[in-house]
Design a protein around this ligand. Structure first.
Ligand code: ADP
Ligand code: MG
Length: 312
């Protein structure tokens, strides 16, 4: 069974159980509306040694930052403010001392930067590698929550940053080049927390998520949840300098925001974003009513059938 097949299986298996007021599986976070116009957001991500990281290719401090960053990114993707995390960690004997302390320094530094409390978790020994699970909790005004399901035909598709550096960095790491700028970005992604919060307040934004599996894979989540299609203009994909187009479109772990905005408001949104953050939003395509993803070259659909990387 694929990752997505398994998630579908879980969703069906639990469909008849009470939801207890939660908007459940399927978005970057589960949403629990509270009284008074606010909601809590919940998300969890797992990092496993040998699958998500190689211990010899990252410092413990970097991994501490990254374990938190990927969760903060999911809260940001819904337009929420991260407020607290739970951290569970399984440590083999050779990581239980200085390595674990250094890991916590990295985790603490990013927690401090975003004002996030560590409120619990679990610690255990491991007979295999290091395994890390973080659950992040966020808060959002109900009206600011952005879902994957809000895109409409005619909306403009945008990213809030350049793509491909993390994917190129992974290729560097796998080839033993640990000291490249892209490898550093792969080991320590910056979650777009402030950008997500700000985009949450903008009524032009109809849908949002973060890019963890690559544009080619993640745009399909918006398509599926919104019941729409998308045309992506190859020449407008914001490729980071020196990165090839396919890496930018397909590689994972950029943790940049992917959003849809009403066409009539997109110019003022882009102008205000650039004024606020000193960096642009990049329009790269349109939402369509076709239910298919098309990679277009100067307006003409190409035969490309690019798929994303499945970042479990
Ligand atoms: P993300 O990349 O933002 O973490 P995914 O696209 O990987 O999200 O996951 C899709 C949805 O499936 C999310 O809502 C996630 O919470 C849910 N999900 C993934 N694995 C499980 C699981 N084992 N049990 C319940 N829900 C899961
Ligand atoms: Mg996500």
């Amino acid at each position: 069974m694929t990752e997505f097949g398994f998630i579908d299986h879980i969703r069906t298996l639990f469909a008849a159980l009470p939801d207890n007021g939660f908007e459940g599986i399927g978005d970057d976070c589960a949403v629990l509306p509270l009284q008074g116009g606010e909601s809590l957001l919940f998300t969890a991500d797992l990092l496993t040694e040998g699958v998500h990281f190689l211990r010899h290719a990252t410092t413990a401090r970097e991994l501490g930052c990254k374990s938190l960053a990927v969760n903060l990114s999911d809260v940001a993707a819904m337009g929420g403010r991260p407020v607290a995390t739970l951290l569970s960690i399984a440590l083999p004997a050779d990581a239980a001392g200085a390595w674990a302390e250094e890991f916590m320094e990295g985790y603490r530094a990013l927690s401090e930067e975003y004002g996030v409390a560590l409120i619990g978790g679990d610690t255990t020994a491991s007979k295999g590698g290091v395994t890390i699970n973080v659950t992040a909790i966020g808060r959002a005004a109900d009206g600011c929550i952005k879902r994957r399901s809000g895109a409409r035909p005619g909306d403009v598709l945008l990213t809030a940053g350049l793509l491909g550096e993390s994917g190129a960095g992974l290729q560097d790491l796998l080839q033993g080049r640990c000291d490249t700028p892209c490898a550093a970005i792969h080991r320590m992604p910056r979650p777009q927390v402030d950008e997500g919060l700000w985009l949450g307040t903008r009524s032009e934004v109809t849908a949002m998520m973060d890019l963890s599996d690559g544009l080619a894979s993640d745009v399909r989540h918006i398509m599926e949840c919104s019941g729409v299609g998308a045309d992506i203009d190859l020449e407008r994909i914001p490729t980071a300098p020196g990165i090839d187009l396919r890496t930018a479109a397909c590689a994972g772990e950029d943790y940049k925001l992917l959003l849809c905005a009403e066409a009539s408001g997109v110019d003022s949104l882009m102008e205000a974003f650039e004024a606020r953050f000193g960096a642009p939003l990049y329009p790269l395509g349109r939402i369509t009513g076709t239910h298919e993803l098309r990679w277009c070259e100067h307006g003409t659909p190409s035969p490309l059938d690019w798929q994303g990387s499945h970042h479990y």
